[in-house]
Every structure is written in C-alpha cells, then in structure tokens.
Design a protein around this ligand. Structure first.
Ligand SMILES: Nc1ncnc2c1ncn2[C@@H]1O[C@H](COP(=O)(O)OP(=O)(O)OP(=O)(O)O)[C@@H](O)[C@H]1O
Ligand SMILES: [Mg+2]
Length: 322
C-alpha cells in the first residue's frame, strides 16, 4: 500500500533568550514597541506535518509521496528526505516565496514571541493532488494534513472526485476553518485523525455528535497524549490503546506526526486497527526521546521490537474495548 502525504513543509528557527521577555515590555511604552532580543542559541529544524509523517514512513521502509509547496531553499531539506526514501517529485517549488518558516524566541520562563510565515505554502492550493499522485506512480491512501486551508479543501475534493481513499488530519487548522469547511474535509474520509483538543473543537464547530462523525468516516483515531489513544468505528466497540510510558521525554513537538507515521506504516502492512494504534504509540514514545521532529531513527525491525515489548506480539493484540 502506497501513501501520499499532503500538508505543510516548514522549517523551525528556535531561539532562546536568557533574560525575561516580560521585563523588556515597558508598560508605559507599549504604543511604540521596538524590541530586539540578543539570543543565546539558534536551532534550525526541518518540520511541517507532511514532511514529518513522510519522514517516519520512509524510516519504516515505505516510499511515501510528499505533496506540498516549498521554496527554492527547500533543496538541501528535500535531498535529505529523498535520500531517506521520500519521493519529493510532487513538491511544488515556488519561484518567489521561501519555504514556510516558524520563528520563535523562548525565555527561561517558557514565555514566547513567535511568528509563522506561510510563504510558499500559500501556493499549495495550486497543486492538483490527483495529477500529482498519478505522476508519482499512484497511491492507495492520501493523507490530507494541515496546510493552506484552500489546499486542504481542494485536495479533499480532488480525492472524492477521483475516488481516492483519503485520511483527514486537519490538526491545528481546525481553529481557522469554519463549520462547512470542516464538514467537507471529514465527509467520506477513510480515517480521521485528531488529538483530544481537536476532537472537541471538531464536535463543537460541526455540531455533529460522535455517532454522526462515525457515520461519515470509516475509522476515527483520537490521541490523548500520555493517556493513550482511541480507535472508533460505527457499530463496533471503541478500542482504547494505552500510551507507552516514556522515561525521558526530550521534546513533545511532532509526537502526533510520529504516531501517524507508525499507525499508517502498520496500516500499509495490513495490520488491524489495534496494532496500528499500538505501533503509532510505540513510535510516538520513541520520537519523544529525541529533540526535533525528524531526528529519531528507526526501521521496521526496531519498531516491531518496541511495539512487541510494550504490547506483546501482533497476534495477541486486540486492544481493550471501552
Ligand atoms: N508523555 C507521553 N508518554 C508516552 N506517549 C505519549 C506521550 N505524549 C504523547 N504520547 C503518544 O503520542 C500520541 C500522540 O500524542 P498527542 O495526543 O499529544 O498528539 P498531538 O497533541 O497531536 O501532538 P503534537 O501536535 O504536539 O505533535 C499519544 O496517543 C501517545 O501514544
Ligand atoms: Mg498534533
């Protein structure tokens, strides 16, 4: 089973300011703010949800097709992904805009000043996903991850029109999508992925009950952080999968994307839903111990050993029903 992953491609520029950001904001000078922080460290990390998920799939021996928009500065990033086994032939390269960039300065109290420049991502709506998938050799499932909202809608419509199976993973874009848009992204999805917060937001914004969502998607996977995950299908008992306890959590960023990569890799191998969620949980816990979203290493045997150690071997799996 081949997977195409659409969504954001970005780089994160993370800086640490040794003083206190709050001390720099003078209460009587807020009408004219001109601040420059002399920062101690700069950490540049490759990210973006589509690239993160594709990274994990490639590490697990798959050859995912990455579909998204980036700038000319994407070249070294793309080469690295390509060397790992990600097919980057469907990445649109903007002539004028840089790859999306997240710039964030954090102080020791955890206060942050951040900016997100979408850049080339605003051109993702120009991508014809069906044509991109055809050129890329076809796909059995298209993941529609957080991206330019117009692109997410266009890709979903494209999948529906072409009869291609798709997984809706709207994530942080749920906050800016309206009711009708969210309904359109979810309707007819093979899989729907949300975290706990996104689940509540989706239900509130659409006004749908859980059953009404389950009537529109084949499988709904919700992650609950350290509390694990849940797999739901209409007319079947929900499966609750415990998280794998992690000893040292180095960095929570991208843990949801690692979960999806593990889940989808298992799905592509033909595993049942419980095993998919267990595999996703094992990869997420492993990714938590590494700083950055594309820094963990793994391979099929390694992840299988981690999953077996946490949950027992595949033929004993089944998850708890709840
Ligand atoms: N502290 C933790 N210990 C062990 N496993 C964890 C922990 N946090 C998350 N996980 C695993 O990762 C999965 C996804 O976590 P979570 O629900 O926090 O995703 P998320 O909110 O989408 O994260 P993000 O968007 O920041 O990447 C969980 O279902 C669980 O399996
Ligand atoms: Mg997430």
């Amino acid at each position: 089973m081949r997977i195409a992953v659409t969504g954001s491609i970005a780089t994160d520029h993370l800086m640490t300011f040794p003083g206190r950001i709050a001390d720099q904001l003078l209460a009587d000078r807020l009408d004219h703010v001109s601040l420059s922080f002399l920062v101690d460290t700069l950490d540049i990390r490759d990210g973006g949800v589509a690239a993160n998920i594709a990274y994990g799939l490639a590490r697990l021996g798959h050859r995912p097709l990455l579909v998204g928009a980036a700038g000319a500065d994407f070249a070294p990033y793309g080469q690295r992904l390509s060397a790992l086994g990600v097919d980057i032939s469907a990445v649109h390269i903007s002539r004028t805009r840089h790859t999306a960039r997240f710039l964030c300065t954090t102080d020791p109290d955890g206060n942050q000043i951040a900016s997100f420049y979408p850049g080339a991502m605003t051109e993702a709506a120009g991508i014809d996903v069906a044509a991109a998938v055809r050129r890329g050799g076809g796909a059995d499932l298209v993941v529609i991850g957080a991206d330019d909202p117009e692109a997410m809608l266009r890709h979903t419509r494209g999948c529906r029109t072409e009869g291609m199976r798709f997984a809706a993973d709207p994530a942080q874009q749920l906050a800016r999508l309206d009711n009708a848009q969210i309904r359109e992204l979810v309707e007819g999805a093979d899989h729907l992925f949300t975290n706990q917060y996104e689940r509540a937001l989706l239900l509130t914004k659409t006004g749908w009950t859980t059953e009404e969502v389950l009537g529109r998607v084949r499988v709904w996977v919700t992650t609950f952080g350290a509390k694990g995950s849940r797999v739901e299908r209409a007319d079947e008992p929900a499966l609750s999968i415990t998280a794998v306890p992690t000893i040292e959590a180095a960095d929570p960023t991208g843990v949801g994307d690692a979960f999806r990569a593990g889940y989808l890799a298992a799905l592509a191998t033909g595993d049942d839903a419980a095993r998919c969620a267990q595999t996703g949980s094992a990869l997420a816990a492993h990714a938590l111990t590494c700083v950055g979203t594309q820094t963990y290493t793994t391979n099929p045997a390694h992840l299988s050993a981690l999953t077996n150690a946490a949950y027992g071997s595949a033929n004993l799996s089944g998850g708890e029903t709840s």
